[in-house]
Design a protein around this ligand. Structure first.
Ligand SMILES: NC(=O)C1=CN([C@@H]2O[C@H](COP(=O)(O)OP(=O)(O)OC[C@H]3O[C@@H](n4cnc5c(N)ncnc54)[C@H](O)[C@@H]3O)[C@@H](O)[C@H]2O)C=CC1
Ligand SMILES: O=C(O)CCC(=O)C(=O)O
Length: 530
């Protein structure tokens, strides 16, 4: 008999199938402290949470029988994924069940913002009949900027169309075809920031999206614009937003999420007359809570019974024999995918993977999943894994093509990842596992190179002229960036060339700009492979 603990308030209807299963007993114990959970978790095979329970490493360690942790919702930020993976505990989520509900909340917030509903309500029930202070604006005819056109962002855009808004949308995976289908205009973050009357964000919180809207963006915004965040705290810089409202740039903001939840009592949003807030209620409807609980219960049952499952956030279902052969390549594959995506600017249409040498006669499917994970991870809601990476690529119209080649260009094994993107952009990275040397990147675009795929890399494209390396070294030295290793690749003397530098720490944005401004240098990008 399996035992499942439900440690957050989760819809009874949603977990009915778990409670009805004759091989499962369900205990509902909510509001437990970490210590209380640690004391009892050893009895359970499964744990079901929403967002209140923080599933720490200690809880996972104490869960000696634990096989699965189910998150009734999308974000798994409250679950220590590494610890679960290390202990072989499958973490699953329910990414689809609260999409519409969260979209509707974002829309409700946008409308409440446009018409000052919370402020007017408070005044009216306080006994003041004030019809002058709350002059609103219509949505009709306004431009809505949507950052993040995944499940929720796409639904918000559909509803905004029905309200007569025109939509500017940015998402690294939004292709021209999909934008056309969704009737939105593809735009850059800068276009959106400069032209939108309303902005709503629907991305995960990642290193790229953290403070994607901050002081420099507020400075160029349309005066009187309004901004909504029902995704994750931290995507919009909270303090810069308050400044932008106080200086008259932004007319108001509506937030469901905070950089720290719950926020401190003196958080500036909580007393600002132009900011409306809700306590992370995006997913809080009867329907969504039932949907996510049903989805997650079904998956928990499958995992406990050793049946196929989807939406696993962390665990690769790979047969041990295949695993043994491929495992040494998993990290290299993921890093190649990540490197390739970081040197690609336009929306990716195709991920082409070529396996050669030792890899040409193996079932490389699991490895391809790692490569696709590497390509997608920087752009999705934190939950890309080798179980769902192929599915996620498909949902974003990204074609994954795998070929095998007999030629290895002198290597015993070679993985070549080519990303084909909009506007005919094509980027290529190849890597190999060298006996005795480990993982190496051996080609970037048309240039042969030889670097370990790790840490902070600088990719500088330049013209092969004397003195360029010295200029780069001097500039980095002056800015206290230490170079650990350097590689220069070129096809012909005096032609286009590439410089790859491994540096000891992140390179500040202003240093990248200065690098790109040096003579004979075309571009300078930082690649992070941590
Ligand atoms: N307030 C709440 O209660 C809820 C909040 N959420 C949050 O809403 C967000 C969106 O959720 P979904 O739509 O389900 O996720 P999703 O994974 O379907 O969509 C996220 C989209 O963001 C895009 N993206 C990634 N980096 C980007 C960047 N730098 N700029 C622009 N777009 C970028 C991705 O390509 C992807 O299409 C997540 O952060 C999720 O955790 C989800 C449900 C409830
Ligand atoms: O369970 C909740 O209410 C939080 C939902 C959420 O933020 C998510 O699903 O990512």
């Amino acid at each position: 008999m399996f035992k499942v603990l439900v440690s957050d308030p989760i819809s009874d209807l949603g977990i009915q199938q778990l409670m009805d299963a004759n091989d499962v007993t369900v205990d509902k114990k909510t509001g437990l402290s970490e210590d209380e959970l640690i004391a009892i978790i050893g009895d359970y095979d499964g744990l079901l949470v929403r967002s209140q329970t923080t599933v720490t490493e200690k809880i996972i360690e104490a869960g000696s029988k634990l096989k699965v942790i189910g998150r009734a919702g999308v974000g798994v930020d409250n679950i220590k994924l590494d610890a679960a993976t290390q202990r072989g505990v499958v973490v699953i989520n329910a990414p689809d069940g609260n999409t519409i509900t969260t979209c509707e909340h974002a829309f409700a917030m946008m409308m409440a913002l446009a018409r000052h509903i919370p402020q007017a309500y408070a005044k009216t029930i306080g006994g003041t009949w004030d019809r002058k202070s709350f002059l609103g604006v219509e949505l009709r005819g306004k431009t809505l900027g949507v950052l993040g056109m995944g499940r929720i962002g796409s639904e918000v855009a559909k509803r905004a169309k029905a309200f007569g808004m025109s939509i500017l949308a940015f998402d690294p995976f939004l292709t021209a075809d999909r934008a056309e289908k969704l009737e939105v205009k593809l735009a850059s973050v800068d276009d959106i920031v400069r032209n939108a009357d309303f902005i709503t964000v629907h991305t995960p919180l990642t290193p790229e999206t953290r403070h994607i809207i901050a002081r420099p963006q507020f400075e160029v915004m349309k005066k009187g614009m309004r901004i909504v965040n029902c995704a994750r705290g931290g995507i919009i810089d909270e303090l810069a937003l308050v400044e932008a409202i106080d200086s008259g740039i932004v007319a108001g903001a509506a937030f469901d999420v905070f950089e720290k939840e719950p926020p401190e009592a003196d958080h500036p949003f909580l007393s600002h007359p132009k900011i409306i807030v809700t306590p992370h209620l995006g997913a809080s409807t009867v329907e969504a809570q039932e949907n996510v609980a049903i989805d997650v219960s079904e998956q928990v049952l499958n995992i406990l019974r050793n049946e196929p499952f989807i939406n696993a956030v962390n665990i690769p279902p790979v047969a041990p024999s295949v695993m043994n052969k491929l495992q040494p390549y998993f990290n290299l594959g993921e890093k190649l995918g990540s490197f390739a995506t970081q040197i690609t600017d336009a929306a990716i249409r195709e991920i082409h993977v070529e396996y050669a040498g030792d890899l040409s006669d193996v079932d490389t499917q699991p490895l391809t999943r790692y490569i696709v994970k590497g390509v997608l991870s920087r752009h999705f809601a934190g939950d890309v894994n080798i179980v769902n990476s192929m599915h996620l690529a498909k949902t974003r119209d990204v074609n994954v093509v795998v070929t095998k080649a007999s030629k290895t260009k002198g290597f015993t094994n070679l993985i070549t990842v080519t990303l084909k993107a909009e506007h005919d952009e094509e980027r290529l990275v190849a890597g190999t596992l060298l006996q005795g040397y480990g993982e190496r990147i051996v080609r970037v675009n048309k240039f042969p190179v030889d670097i370990a795929p790790e840490g902070h890399q600088l990719v500088i494209s330049h013209n092969d002229k004397p003195g360029i390396i010295g200029l780069v070294g001097t500039l980095l030295g002056e800015n206290n960036v230490n170079i650990a290793s350097m590689q220069v690749g070129r096809k012909i003397v005096g032609g286009a060339a590439i410089m790859l530098l491994t540096v000891d720490k992140a390179v500040p944005q202003d240093v990248l700009v200065k690098l790109a401004g040096l003579p004979e240098i075309n571009t300078a990008e930082e690649i992070v492979l941590l």
